[in-house]
Design a protein around this ligand. Structure first.
Ligand SMILES: [Zn+2]
Length: 386
């Protein structure tokens, strides 16, 4: 096995599994973070992509799938295996990533891209500031994203599938986002067989809309990323329900709009699902909630289409004919025109919009309206790049 990313660091997941007869790549994700990190994406891993037999993608988060669009230009046109929900999400994620790369270069050249200056506390002058003289990288175009999408092979969970000579694969639900998987490989080794499990991103447990993760399969070798090192996650995590109640009160009393920068797949569904529960208690009467992300809307629909992957409560709601991601005051925004109109509004409300890192997307004009015109406040709901 050779690790080309996400080892000794986070993001850029990409591991080559090689035997005498076969070569399989597990994930091909983007390096994210500072500009110097992003520039690393331009340099493909030192391997001959034309000799790969297959690629497997654990889930549709950009740090695991974001460089799949580079595959055609690197000479790989073979199958990309993933779960069925992931095969539905990936074309959207890759197309959106290609569009974003193009837009960022245009904005960079025009000098209209988002930028930030730390005001308080003053930045330490001894710290190196990112070199921003180089254009942001363009790794692939929309056409490349579409070419890769045609090679996606959706595989049901828990079903063995031969993916290369002497290597078969089974996917297990990782309860991380809809369609996320741990990958179990069974590799022929002489007369015996070796089981290797790639955990992919798992959990966190306690998410309310996904089914609990099952037992991990037995394995000879387990490969897992450890974003938080040895620190247990969740011990200091704020109580989402209590935090959202506080935000709603703040909106109502101050007649202000809460802007929540949100990742479209995963975090957005967690928040909408919580807000739906609070809505049923009557807490969101007269407080409109705007979900400004077609991809988040689609991801929620996908959840409803795969009830077996959801929690018992969510499944029961679907059984009664209701979506656990819908409520009366929720408005889904499908177009930029609609999004811009909402960005000019005043009064109590909640806006969930991407990107979660606030470096692109509709969240930028919502932030401008809320902060420059003092109409709202920002609620960070996940990790934000410093
Ligand atoms: Zn993830």
């Amino acid at each position: 096995m050779t690790f080309f990313g996400a080892a000794g660091e986070v993001t850029g997941s990409c591991t080559l599994v090689e035997t005498e007869h076969a070569r399989v790549l597990i994930d091909f994700g983007l390096f994210q973070g500072a500009m110097s990190q992003e520039q690393r994406n331009k340099v493909p891993p030192a391997l001959d992509f034309r000799r790969l037999n297959a690629v497997v993608c654990t889930h549709a988060h950009i740090d695991h799938c974001g460089r799949l669009g580079m595959l055609p230009r690197l000479g790989f046109e073979g199958p990309v295996f993933c779960t069925e929900p992931t095969a539905t999400l990936l074309p959207m994620v890759l197309r959106s990533s290609a569009n974003l790369q193009k837009m960022r270069v245009e904005e960079f050249r025009e000098g209209t891209g988002p930028d930030a200056v730390v005001l308080d506390p003053p930045p330490d002058p001894s710290l190196k500031v990112d070199d921003r003289h180089e254009d942001p990288p363009v790794l692939y175009a929309r056409g490349d994203a579409e070419r890769v999408s045609r090679n996606l092979v959706g595989v049901p969970y828990r079903v063995w599938r031969e993916i290369a000579s002497g290597i078969r694969m089974r996917l297990h639900d990782a309860s991380h986002i809809i369609g996320s998987a741990s990958v179990e490989l069974e590799i022929a080794h002489g007369a015996s067989r070796i089981r290797v499990v790639f955990s992919g991103d798992i959990g966190p447990s306690g998410e309310t809309y996904l089914a609990a993760r099952g037992h991990a399969p037995e394995a000879d070798v387990v490969v897992m990323e450890s974003t938080t090192g040895s620190r247990p996650i969740g011990t200091h995590a704020p109580d989402t329900d209590a935090s959202l109640r506080e935000v709603i009160e703040h909106c109502r009393h101050g007649r202000r709009t809460a802007i929540m920068p949100t990742f479209s797949v995963g975090r957005a569904q967690v928040l909408v699902h919580h807000l739906a529960q609070l809505s049923r208690e009557g807490l969101l009467d007269e407080i409109p909630v705007y979900l400004d992300s077609p991809m988040a809307i689609r991801a929620a629909e996908l959840c409803v289409q795969h009830p077996s992957l959801l929690s018992a409560t969510a499944r029961a709601m679907i059984g009664r004919g209701h979506s656990p991601f819908e409520f009366d005051s929720l408005h889904c925004l499908w177009s930029r025109k609609h999004s811009l109109k909402i960005a000019g509004r005043e009064g109590a409300g909640i806006v969930l919009a991407g990107s979660g890192f606030c470096d692109a997307g509709p969240v930028l004009h919502h932030l401008e309206n809320a902060l420059c015109h003092d109409r709202g406040f920002v609620v960070f709901t996940g990790y934000v790049l410093p």
